[in-house]
Write a protein that binds this ligand. Structure first.
Ligand code: GLU
Length: 256
């Protein structure tokens, strides 16, 4: 039996290179760390983006002009491609994984929510790593999560996780502009601490874009307020998940 549960969210920016191609060694290192944790009786739940970009890899150019339709179609094509990558890598490490897609509505109190809890519990009790993503093929407008950080937070709450780790392509929340001299990563933030001024030191686009640092911090604070310590850290850093789980000071930790 495992003694801890951790939700790990990996964004598209972590797993792609500058040509928007998925970098398989990044996925491999991620799964290796999950397998290491499993050996230590820590069970992971992965929240992985990547379906849209994987669909683009398959399709290249497309005749679809409507953005919403493109997103639906690319994700429908790319999600099985992502799962094939994960399935193969987990198998290499002697582990099993499973896909759990959801829309925001599924988290409202009721049958869908209860069924999701049941499914997660069933998978975890069998030692199978659930891989969650938004069901982008059907989720449009009102049923959409603001981003997968929000999905990860809801999954952490649903599964009563001990920790949430949000992996991104920066080292955490900076005290100033990342390129400015003397800028450091802020190691600890509490839910009632006002860190707005630090977010504003980053260029507007970076701070406010989908899944940017501003929204990450909001989600992290919401999750931490439910007593689930949340980390924002660099997913490209070697052993980042293991270092966090070993209590090393990595990234920004958000707590009650
Ligand atoms: N669900 C989307 C995907 O898998 C990404 C959403 C996000 O990155 O926040 O491509």
């Amino acid at each position: 039996m495992y003694n801890q549960r951790v939700v790990i969210k990996v964004g598209t920016n972590v797993m792609t290179n500058k040509d928007n191609r998925i970098v398989k060694p990044v996925l491999d290192h991620l799964v290796w760390q999950i397998a290491e944790l499993y050996e230590r009786n820590i069970m992971s739940i992965l929240v992985s983006s990547g379906s849209v970009i994987a669909g683009m890899e398959v399709m290249g150019e497309s005749t679809l002009t409507d953005t919403a339709t493109r997103r639906q179609v690319f994700s429908a094509i790319g999600q099985p491609r992502m799962m094939r990558h994960y399935y193969n890598i987990f198998q290499d490490y002697g582990m099993k994984c499973a896909q759990v897609l959801a829309t925001k509505r599924d988290f409202n109190p009721g049958n869908h929510r209860d069924n999701m809890v049941n499914c997660y519990e069933g998978l975890l009790s069998e030692g199978v790593v659930p891989i969650a993503n938004e069901d982008d093929a059907v989720s449009l407008t009102k049923s959409m999560f603001s981003d997968n950080d929000e999905l990860a937070s809801l999954v952490a709450e649903l599964t009563k996780a001990d920790k949430l780790i949000i992996l991104t392509d920066t080292d955490g929340l900076y005290s100033g502009h990342p390129d400015a001299k003397g800028t450091e990563v802020i190691k600890n933030v509490s839910v009632d601490q006002d860190v707005e001024k630090y977010i504003q030191t980053i260029a507007k686009g970076e701070a406010e874009g989908k899944g940017g640092m501003g929204s990450k911090l909001n989600i992290a604070k919401q999750t931490a307020s439910k007593n689930i310590p949340t980390y924002i850290a660099n997913g490209k850093r070697k052993r980042v998940i293991l270092d966090i789980m070993e209590g090393k000071s990595v990234g920004t930790k958000i707590t009650l």
